[in-house]
Design a protein around this ligand. Structure first.
Ligand code: GDP
Ligand code: GDP
Length: 435
């Protein structure tokens, strides 16, 4: 499920994005041509969490360039989004490019809601009905700056969305692996290397999100689905759209996979954008592997891999449980190790630990380092723990003061569990309940 915000430059897309996601993190600039920080966020409305992307990037200065960029953004959104918010500006009315986009959108079956933005007052709200002439969907007069009209828009958006997807993890034996990462790191190359494993048994199956197509491959007797590999071959042509496109693809692939393999280029290192992808995967409780590709380009001695690993673990901080594989899609060095590691992580994610073993570790952890007292001397006791689900794993701890367990103590317990039980590359969910 994904909502895309599209429209001409300066109609207020970013302002709307911030308003709907109630975040002031993305920077809105008055002058066009400035890079934006964030294109992905979440709308929380009527109990639903709705991923949304702003067409973001920066807006090319020249009018032909921005028109080309918008055309392509609308194409990408029609292909990948479940609902499009087409934003227009009531102070300018419908322009030629709006008209042209309307012609495109009318031919597609993606639902569109038209946001007539900058409808800050009654007079402007009346002017908004002009946008019905576009003939692509219901029109919502909105003021992104003061919030008027956003409630009606969000109600309609929730009504338009497809039903929430069921998690089908347990129903299938198949392991889904999503290869993600910035353009040019070697995703297609590694996928081709793996698919080449036995060409004859590669089949394509539909994914759960719009138009996603997975390649099925039989690997060492296991069925694995490489998530949305068809999408890897497609590229945004307009430079400014590359980020928008890859954000859409990344978000969608993360949701489709059991395990995400984040590929990076060894010569680039681990960048903020990569960490953000891992955080997204962690939030979705997916298994994770880091594949450091183009290892052939790195000058090495016997300690190089170790040095890289230490350096990565340092910047990964709380994500330091993610395994790292050094590989080269070009020379095929450790290409299968990447897949083997992803499968190991998938197995770890599906693991269930006996309650007695969990409690042995818990007792010892508490004995070595007792939780601090809560609110002036209340003794915090953790009575027992049990794993309530796997795939992804969730542990429930029963305590007399759930609020008395601080973040740092949770991380301590998590580390003890990892030490005792592994869970390599798997985000753990620790829940504390009153008892
Ligand atoms: P984008 O290029 O479509 O993402 O547009 P921005 O969100 O960067 O906004 C462009 C300009 O329009 C900024 O100066 C905003 O402050 C202004 N703007 C955005 N929404 C509204 C609105 O609802 N009312 C008014 N009056 N101005 C707005
Ligand atoms: P994608 O955009 O992430 O799918 O990246 P591609 O698979 O298209 O690869 C981008 C470029 O990097 C191509 O020119 C590849 O030949 C090259 N490449 C991919 N993997 C390796 C590798 O392991 N070593 C080297 N030296 N080049 C690679």
């Amino acid at each position: 499920m994904l909502v895309a915000i599209v429209g001409r430059p300066n109609v207020g897309k970013s302002t709307l994005f911030n308003r709907l996601t109630e975040s002031q993190l993305a920077i809105v600039h008055d002058e066009p041509g400035v890079t934006r920080d964030r294109v992905y966020g979440e709308i929380i409305w009527n109990g639903r969490t709705i991923p949304v992307v702003d067409t973001g990037g920066y807006v090319p200065h020249s009018s032909e360039r921005f028109e080309a960029a918008i055309r392509e953004q609308v194409d990408i959104a029609m292909e990948d989004a479940d609902v499009i918010l087409y934003v227009g500006d009531v102070t300018t009315g419908i322009t030629d490019i709006d008209q042209e986009m309307a012609d495109k959108l009318r031919k597609d079956d993606t639902p569109v809601l038209v946001v007539a933005n900058k409808a800050d007052n009654d007079e402007r709200r009346w002017a908004a009905s002009e946008f019905y002439e576009m003939g692509i969907g219901e029109v919502f007069p909105v003021s992104a700056t003061n919030g008027i009209g956003t409630g009606e828009l969000l109600d309609a958006l929730v009504d338009t969305l497809p039903e929430e997807e069921e998690e089908e993890d347990e129903l299938e034996d198949r392991t889904s692996i999503a290869i993600i990462g910035k353009p040019n790191v070697g995703k297609s190359s590694i996928v081709n290397a793996v698919l080449g494993y036995d060409r004859s048994i590669v089949t394509e199956v539909a994914g759960t999100t719009r138009d996603a197509i997975h390649s099925l491959v039989n690997y060492e007797g296991r069925e694995i689905a490489l998530v949305d590999t068809a999408g890897l071959r497609k590229r945004a042509k307009v430079k400014e759209n590359i980020e928008f496109y890859s954000t859409l693809r990344t978000e969608r692939s993360i949701r489709e996979g059991d395990v995400c393999v984040l590929m990076i280029d060894a010569t680039d290192g681990l960048q903020n954008q990569d960490i953000n992808v891992l955080k997204l995967a962690e939030k979705h409780k997916k298994g994770m592997v880091i594949a450091v590709n183009k290892w052939d380009l790195v000058e090495k001695d016997t300690k190089t891999a170790k040095r890289y690993e230490d350096y990565f673990h340092k910047i990964l901080q709380t994500l330091d449980y993610v395994p790292i594989v050094f590989t080269s899609a070009l020379t095929r060095q450790r290409v299968y190790k990447v897949i083997d590691t992803a499968l190991e992580v998938a197995d770890e994610r599906a693991k269930r630990i006996q309650t007695s073993r969990l409690n042995d570790v818990l007792r010892e952890a508490v004995a070595n380092h007792h939780p601090p007292t809560y609110r002036g001397g209340n003794y915090v006791e953790i009575k027992y723990v049990t794993q309530v689900r796997e795939n992804p794993p969730v542990f429930v701890f029963f305590t007399n003061h759930p609020k008395g367990i601080k973040e740092s103590y949770k991380r301590y317990l998590e580390r003890q569990f990892r030490e005792a039980f592994g869970f390599k590359g798997v985000p753990l969910t620790l829940v504390f309940k009153q008892k």
